[in-house]
Ligand binder design. Structure first.
Ligand code: COA
Ligand code: MG
Length: 291
């Protein structure tokens, strides 16, 4: 699976920010039609987004478009405009059950067939950010083949459950952790919440590090200054990579000698520790840190 360490949003009607995004080395660029765009600017944003996806070169960044949620009355036109730009993937917000994934998958397939594009290539990523979305995570996580990742939305969730946001984010911890767990259970990536205080980089790094520790593969970001610190927080460091390589190699040797558990640097190593080391290496590989 590709690296999605930082997923940078920008309003779909803001060509200046979209152009700026083409110059940033960010894993994912997400042109937004939802909450980043004023209600009276949706048609303008659709046109700008489609033209930008068609004409601009985003380099190695994944090109994503976020549509409005199902039931908003905006979703069909949003999706049609986004698909006109042949994005790498579509992001659907406020998903509460399997239906949005099924609906979008069918719409995308029709467009892929009409254009003779490879069927199944355009991917889906969904935001789970309501109480209903959290309790329905099992059905959402297995809603369709195109689904690649689950994004956790803390601001919307807090509003939905009546929680008051705190810097420690304990009020959303159950939901945040549920998203990672369900993503892992169904082979998806999990992408963590936005840190809205974009001037506070130490706070951002702290929250991103916590997200990486919880098992998230990346984090949503809203400002160019957040990209580099977040991508670094979700990239295994040199020491972590070196240790993971030692664990995997020592395990291979001990398995050959008939030992499942052994000691390395005074710590017990067995299958789950080796599995965790392999995950570190997979992330390092996706980030281009090792071959
Ligand atoms: N993507 C790309 N470029 C961005 C950007 C973004 N999300 N946010 C800011 N920039 C650009 C600005 O255009 C500016 O570029 P310039 O120097 O060429 O003019 C530069 O980065 C510095 O921006 P700054 O002045 O610090 O921020 P701002 O006050 O212009 O904007 C926000 C602050 C929060 C409004 C802006 O970051 C933003 O729109 N973020 C995304 C909002 C969004 O999409 N929300 C919905 C999803 S949660
Ligand atoms: Mg939201």
């Amino acid at each position: 699976m590709r690296a999605r360490r930082a997923l940078l949003y920008m309003p779909g009607d803001d060509l200046r920010k979209i152009r700026k995004a083409t110059t940033l080395k960010v894993d994912c660029v997400c042109l937004d039609l939802e909450d980043g765009v004023a209600a009276n600017r949706k048609p303008e944003a659709r046109a700008t987004l489609a033209a930008a996806l068609q004409e601009l070169d985003f380099g190695g960044s994944e090109r994503l478009a976020r549509i409005n949620p199902l039931g908003s009355g905006l979703e069909a036109e949003d999706l049609a405009a986004a698909l006109a730009g042949r994005p790498d993937g579509i992001v659907i917000p406020k998903v509460e059950d399997a239906e949005p994934v099924r609906w979008a998958s069918a719409q995308i397939e029709a467009v892929e067939r009409k254009n003779s594009w490879p069927v199944g290539a355009i991917q889906l990523i969904v935001l789970v950010e309501t109480a209903r979305g959290i309790v329905n995570l099992p059905q959402i996580a297995r809603a369709g083949e195109r689904l690649q990742a689950l994004i956790f939305g803390a601001e919307d969730l807090a509003g939905d459950i009546g929680a008051l946001r705190t810097p420690e984010a304990w009020e959303v911890f159950y939901a945040r952790s549920a998203v990672v767990t369900h993503a892992a259970a169904y082979g998806l990536q999990a992408i963590d919440m936005v840190y809205i205080d974009f001037k506070d980089l130490p706070g951002l790094v702290q929250e991103a590090t916590q997200g990486a520790q919880l098992g998230f593969a990346g984090k949503q970001v809203i400002h160019p200054d957040q990209v580099e610190p977040v991508q670094t927080a979700f990239t295994p460091g040199a020491a972590a990579i070196a240790y993971a390589l030692r664990v995997v190699e020592a395990s291979r040797q001990h398995q050959a000698d008939g030992f499942g558990a052994f000691a390395l640097d005074g710590k017990m190593i067995d299958a789950p520790v080796v599995k965790a080391a392999e995950r570190v290496l997979a992330r390092a590989r996706a980030a281009g840190k090792i071959a």
